[in-house]
Design a protein around this ligand. Structure first.
Ligand SMILES: NC(=O)c1ccc[n+]([C@@H]2O[C@H](COP(=O)([O-])OP(=O)(O)OC[C@H]3O[C@@H](n4cnc5c(N)ncnc54)[C@H](O)[C@@H]3O)[C@@H](O)[C@H]2O)c1
Length: 365
């Protein structure tokens, strides 16, 4: 087995059709996309392979509004990061958050929390990007796309100039912006992820847990596809503990007709609209979703999470970022998992991909 120098995935030298000789050495690739990236700039990827990270647990947060600041607070409490740097064009806002967070340090594990600028992304294990406009009441995530793409065109090149290990995109529409960030950064595909449907999956588990009256940690269920209106609940794979969802009804002895399932999913899908209508923004559950992603990356956990990632021939879907279950560790996405879907779920996932591809096409990136 060889290591693809672009994405870091294992490649069987005898099976892959993609290889190049560079300076007398053979390099093998998992897909033509990685080979093309390598051909354009081999030294860049050889440098990434050799990159040393002095501070393994430095997290940079670009955009310190509702989401960025709540993530910073939750991350500080978690004790996962040794350094947290806050970057925002509204520097006074970032400064205020840093003062407030530092005043909490006698209650938590020590960490170095400071206001920074783009050069502070150097040596970061991950840069979490929450900069940008957020939804106004009634606005969809896709309505934000042009405004936030323009912001990304300014922000992403300034971040990658300092070569942090990984980008985690949160700004909406998160799947489209993950794709935009991947293009702008020219990073390997495994090192640019979106928070995707980690939040929606948590919402789904929370509602199912209430319905089934069981601890949410024992609900195994996934939302895949777009983080948005075309997202897909994978009902066929829902498990309560070790019991398949359809077998669970006799256990909780509550009827669970189709319209009740539809209601659960609608609450998941419309959660952001309902919360924004009431309090103007969502911040707590996304803050903890980001801590969970950070945990898997910083502690090299190989956790299975539904982050947004570039797909290549996944149920015939390619060249679009959306969420499916992946294994996530300090190098980013190490494997994508082919979740078994029924026919209607496959059709819904493909429809979700089409929605996102159409938006990407309209942007011309
Ligand atoms: N992916 C998810 O699950 C999820 C969940 C909630 C919110 N979001 C998205 O996250 C983003 C942030 O939401 P919010 O509620 O924190 O918004 P917010 O308006 O409170 O904060 C945005 C911050 O970005 C900063 N900013 C804007 N342009 C910048 C630039 N060029 N450089 C640096 N900083 C810049 C602003 O100064 C502001 O502090 C939105 O796009 C929102 O839709 C995503």
């Amino acid at each position: 087995m060889a290591e693809d120098p672009v994405c870091g995935m294992e490649v069987d030298e005898n099976q892959t059709k993609h290889s190049i000789q560079h300076r007398g050495k053979m390099y093998y690739f998992c897909a033509s996309r990685c080979k093309d990236s390598f051909e354009k700039n081999p030294e860049r990827y050889l440098k990434v392979l050799k990159m040393e990270h002095g501070d393994e647990r430095k997290v940079a947060i670009v955009g310190t509004g509702q989401v960025g600041s709540t993530f910073a607070f939750a991350l500080m409490i978690s004790g996962l990061a040794t350094s947290i740097v806050l970057i925002d064009q509204a520097r006074a806002l970032a400064e205020g958050h840093v003062m407030d967070l530092n005043h909490s340090l006698s209650f938590v594990q020590p960490s170095n929390i400071y206001v920074g600028d783009y050069p502070d992304c150097k040596d970061a294990s991950m840069v979490v990007v929450t900069a940008g406009a957020s939804q106004k009441p009634g606005e969809t995530r896709l309505d934000l796309v042009r405004r936030n793409t323009d912001i990304f065109k300014k922000v992403i090149p300034q971040i990658v100039e300092h070569n942090p290990r990984m980008l985690v995109i949160v700004s909406n529409p998160v799947d489209v912006l993950t794709y935009v960030a991947l293009k702008l950064s020219e990073y390997p595909m495994n090192r640019v992820i979106g928070s995707g449907t980690v939040l929606d999956t948590a919402r789904f588990r929370s509602l199912l847990s209430r319905h089934c009256q069981v601890d949410p940690r024992n609900v195994h269920a996934y939302i895949i596809g777009e983080h948005g209106d075309s997202e897909v609940p994978v009902w066929s794979q829902v498990n309560i503990g070790a019991v398949a969802f359809r077998e669970y009804c006799p256990v909780c002895q509550r009827d669970c007709p189709q319209d009740e399932r539809d209601e659960i999913f609608n609450q998941v899908k419309n959660a952001a609209y309902e919360i924004i209508k009431r309090k103007g923004a969502t911040n707590f559950a996304i803050g903890l979703s980001l801590v969970r992603i950070a945990e898997s990356i910083l502690r090299d956990e190989n956790s299975i999470l539904t982050v947004s990632t570039l797909l290549d021939s996944y149920y015939d879907i390619s060249d679009v970022c959306l969420s499916i279950p992946v294994i996530l560790n300090r190098d980013g996405v190490s494997k994508t998992l082919k979740i078994v879907l029924d026919k209607s779920e496959i059709a819904s996932l493909q429809a979700s991909a089409k929605v996102l591809k159409d938006v990407i096409k309209s942007l011309g990136v």
